[in-house]
Design a protein around this ligand. Structure first.
Ligand code: PMP
Length: 409
């Protein structure tokens, strides 16, 4: 019961789980303990129904037709933009629909950063960034400079400050590290960077479903996230950007919908955010994302965060019982991620044994190769939490890990 107690509205875990059909699946003949939520979350009925309803009753291409179905599709699709904007306290013109965090960051790299770059210019990242918050800056031609990560997995903020310099064109930082669970001090980072006139992108991939986000209070320039880590569909996400930035940025992909006029002598662009949305969009993706947000908001992110935090503490305590297990990432401010290695078993072996016990975790470098090098491990095993997890999932993980410890003694 302790895991579901919170200062906010307590969660009814059984009722929440009942809304996720996939959690009823047996895997390897066992009860499923799904602890791979940082990779992707499972989907509630409300979100599945919204997508089903869209294709059964509303489907048509958006924006360009006068018939009734097109109107329904456009209303639902643009309604989703309002819902997504409201969720992070943005205005609808500041929400660009993308395929997800990765595409959102690539958009900023190509359209915001690249035109402003001089040779030798830098993007200041951190040593715990996901590859998709490193490689797009490099592709744009910037040098990526990484602030160090302390032994507990916290960002070394003093060192980070010292790396801000005249060549820093942009600061990019994960709100929450997908490999360590560290919650970065993004408000402080934004304040410090802005004091030097440097814009900031926050990679919200691991934050959006776990912490309330207010882009206006943060004063962040860019915030990127994916729907699939937010109980929504795959292949859809968004970029929040301050309107002034969007107005100043050139389009990055050409095609239908992003234009105002087209002539062989040259073309002009649609207003924001449509200037950045070339081609037929993922209507069902947007609608599914908005439905997932409705569902999550109904529970309340404060309650979700409290639940996951209590479970993280329980999991941290229980993992200490496993012989030879070491947690990588013990920062004081952490979200629900438990990354670990074991003395005798390779993460791949841990993952395989756990799978046979019905426990789904992820093993590997988690798209954070520089961070693995920092901690001098080839990979970690990572259990990551969501709102539907409970102490029973952690107990099942523990029993399976004890088995690993016995097998690899
Ligand atoms: N950043 C972080 C911190 C992530 O965890 C992920 C997904 N693992 C991404 C970016 C990329 O997200 P997506 O693959 O949905 O574009």
């Amino acid at each position: 019961m302790s895991a579901v107690a919170s200062a906010a509205k307590p969660l009814d875990l059984a009722a929440i789980r009942a809304q996720f059909p996939i959690l009823q699946e047996k895997v390897r003949g066992k009860r499923l303990a799904y602890l791979d939520n940082a990779a992707t979350t499972q989907k509630p009925e409300a979100m599945l129904r919204a997508i089903d309803y869209y294709y059964r009753h509303q489907n048509a291409n958006v924006h360009r037709a006068v018939h009734e179905l097109a109107e329904r599709a456009t209303t639902a699709y643009e309604g989703a933009r309002d819902r997504i904007a409201a969720f992070i306290k943005a205005s609808r013109e500041e929400i660009v629909f993308t395929r997800g965090t990765t595409e959102s960051i690539n958009l900023v790299a190509r359209s915001f950063l690249q035109p402003r770059l001089q040779p030798g210019d830098e993007v200041l990242v951190t040593g715990m960034e996901h590859h998709s918050d490193i490689v797009p800056w490099q592709l744009a031609g910037a040098k990526t400079v990484a602030a160090p990560v302390l032994d507990d997995g916290s960002l070394d903020l003093d060192a980070w400050k010292k790396l801000l310099g005249p060549r820093t064109k942009l600061v990019a930082v994960a709100q929450v590290s997908n490999s360590l669970g560290t919650i970065n001090p993004v408000a402080d980072i934004i304040r410090e960077a802005h004091a030097r006139g440097i814009p900031v992108l926050v990679d919200g991939a691991q934050g959006i479903a776990h912490l309330p986000v207010d882009v206006k209070a943060l004063d962040v320039d860019f915030y990127a996230f994916s729907a699939h880590k937010l109980y929504g569909p795959t292949g859809f996400g968004a970029l929040y950007a301050k309107r002034a930035h969007l107005e100043a940025m050139p389009p990055w992909q050409g095609g239908g919908d992003m234009i105002r006029t087209v002539a062989f002598s040259g073309s002009t662009w649609n207003e924001v955010p449509y200037k950045f949305e070339a081609g037929t969009p993922d209507m069902a993706g947007a609608i599914g994302c908005a439905a997932a947000i409705d569902w999550l908001d109904d529970i309340g992110l404060d309650a979700v965060a409290a639940h996951e935090h209590a479970l993280l503490e329980y999991g941290t305590r229980r993992l200490a019982e496993v012989p030879g297990l070491r947690i990588i990432g013990t920062a004081p401010h952490k979200a629900g991620i438990l990354s670990f290695v074991m003395d005798k078993a390779h993460p791949q072996d841990i993952g395989s044994v756990l799978d046979m016990e019905g426990v789904a975790i992820r093993t590997g470098h988690h798209c954070t190769m520089p961070l693995m090098e920092r901690f001098q491990v080839p990979a970690t095993a990572r259990a990551s939490l969501a709102v539907y997890n409970g102490e029973d999932d952690i107990d099942q993980l523990l029993a399976a890990l004890q088995k690993v410890a016995r097998l690899f003694a």
